[in-house]
Design a protein around this ligand. Sequence first.
Ligand SMILES: Nc1nc2c(ncn2[C@@H]2O[C@H](COP(=O)(O)OP(=O)(O)OP(=O)(O)O)[C@@H](O)[C@H]2O)c(=O)[nH]1
Ligand SMILES: [Mg+2]
Length: 224
Amino acid sequence: MEIKVLKKILETNEKMADENRRFLREKGILCVNMMSSPGSGKSTIIERTVEKLGDRFKFGVIEGDIQTTLDAERMARLGVETFQINTGPFGGDCHLEAGWIRAALNEMKLDGLDFLFIENIGNLVCPAEFDVGSHLNAVVLSTPEGEDKPLKYPLMFRVSHVMLVNKIDLLPHLDMDVEALRKNVLGVNPGLKIIEISAKTGQGIDRWIELLLAEREKLTGEAK
Ligand SMILES: Nc1nc2c(ncn2[C@@H]2O[C@H](COP(=O)(O)OP(=O)(O)OP(=O)(O)O)[C@@H](O)[C@H]2O)c(=O)[nH]1
Ligand SMILES: [Mg+2]
């Protein structure tokens, strides 16, 4: 009985996620789901991305947090259409679900947007289990977290299309073995794209930008 209930929840979520994905594609909006442990650099990477592309493209951001509107305030300062989902009042869930994203989409001004970032709740486990309706899943792994994470939390790396290895500027101070990380993660997901970046210094950000532009072009069939 418990298994049946769990299956039904996941099936409902997947159906809604597919509807979100189709709805956003028809509007020409590439939806990117940013996932990671707390503090890996999701918000900082979104900020750098908007700074790089904000003069040519319009962005929206849905912020997922258990408590506070701190990240949403950071995004709103960039002048992007921002919506905050706090799960604290509803039991403090550690991930976002497709139904909440739909509720956010109903409230947001979406006309003219080119990109919608979903900053998922900082957690390397639960967000991987719930499709939100994104076209691109990006997992951020920061260098202090260690090269073993894809082995310990494989689902997150399996459902992602790209891994951003962030805080590459810290490598001289760490024992992190980036080659071992590559080997570990490609063992879990051989098709995963890997981009080393520093959201602090800007190193590698251009490769991330290129990937985003290519994915948007693939979705909409048009360059800008
Ligand atoms: N050295 C270094 N610090 C970084 C880099 N990217 C982000 N940080 C710092 O890491 C801390 C956390 O960054 P955030 O962007 O807030 O991380 P987050 O993943 O959004 O965090 P949550 O939303 O709380 O899960 C901040 O102090 C950032 O300034 C980087 O490339 N290098
Ligand atoms: Mg954040």
